[in-house]
Design a protein around this ligand. Structure first.
Ligand SMILES: NC(=O)c1ccc[n+]([C@@H]2O[C@H](COP(=O)([O-])OP(=O)(O)OC[C@H]3O[C@@H](n4cnc5c(N)ncnc54)[C@H](OP(=O)(O)O)[C@@H]3O)[C@@H](O)[C@H]2O)c1
Length: 232
């Protein structure tokens, strides 16, 4: 049921991913979207921090603090309309105040925990933003992927950062392939996000199997790996 998940990112040679300030040409930056399109995906998925500029607004701390207290199950919501491709936002506590249900033609779907209030669910319905409830306190990433496959018939899904959501998906064994474009940049900024960031000490580094290497224009290098032990 769950889609094939390709973690697709652009990284500096030192594995950092905050691209602002990188001395890259527009042509070099375009490789990311070109490689994305080459997978012909049904959708893409990002963590709450990466999605903030797309949502444009955040709810106040007071609004986010109003949690759901009931125990009766609540239904997922699929907004009316013909949706061909999807942008999934992992937003456990409902911080994103979407001003639109569309990102460049992709329908926005919020992936939430059961903590979010009925008011917030009503706000999303009113904006035409679809939502899936997956997990009690935190987002259950495996359940979220099952629902994405079942509700929206997504078969190929691009996981596109940032580092913490990539790290969570890697730790949960939910990544099938890593597609990384190495940009000709040595970043060096300590305490900036990396390709995979995992909180805590129980991090188990994963072995990857190199599948393909492509030298591209603009000194970009495209590496593709399968994730050992995930059946690919
Ligand atoms: N180079 C690239 O290709 C690329 C692509 C995308 C992003 N980026 C960069 O990545 C940076 C952001 O990365 P980030 O690591 O700070 O944030 P992120 O991965 O975008 O978002 C992390 C947030 O996702 C939410 N989340 C919900 N469930 C989670 C789970 N199970 N595991 C992990 N997170 C979960 C949490 O939000 P709550 O705190 O609300 O619970 C968490 O704080 C930005 O600088 C962005 O520009 C780079």
């Amino acid at each position: 049921m769950r889609p094939r998940v390709i973690c697709h990112m652009v990284a500096s040679v030192d594995g950092r991913i905050a691209t602002s300030g990188w001395p890259l040409t527009d042509a070099a930056r375009k490789h990311y979207e070109q490689v994305h399109a080459s997978y012909d995906p049904d959708g893409w998925i990002c963590g709450r921090v990466t999605m903030e500029p797309f949502a444009k607004q955040l709810r106040s701390e007071g609004e986010v603090a109003r949690k759901h207290t009931g125990s009766a199950p609540r239904a997922d919501f699929v907004a009316p309309g013909e949706h061909q491709s999807f942008a999934f936002a992992i937003d456990a506590s409902g911080r994103l105040a979407w001003d639109s249900n569309d990102i460049d033609g992709d329908h926005v779907v919020a992936i939430l925990s059961e903590r979010v209030s009925d008011d917030y669910l009503g706000f999303l319905r009113e904006r035409g933003v679809s939502y899936l409830l997956a997990g009690v306190r935190d987002v259950d990433l495996s359940l979220a992927l099952d629902k994405i496959g079942a509700q929206f018939e997504v078969r190929t899904l691009m996981l596109e950062g940032g580092g913490r959501i990539n790290g969570g998906m890697l730790r949960a064994g939910l990544i099938d392939e890593v597609s990384v474009l190495i940009a000709p940049v040595a970043d060096g900024r300590i305490d900036t996000p990396a390709l995979f960031d995992v909180d805590g000490d129980d991090v188990a580094p994963r072995l990857l199997a190199l599948q393909a290497v492509e030298r591209r224009a603009d000194d970009m290098l495209w590496l593709r790996y399968s994730v050992a032990g995930n059946g690919t």
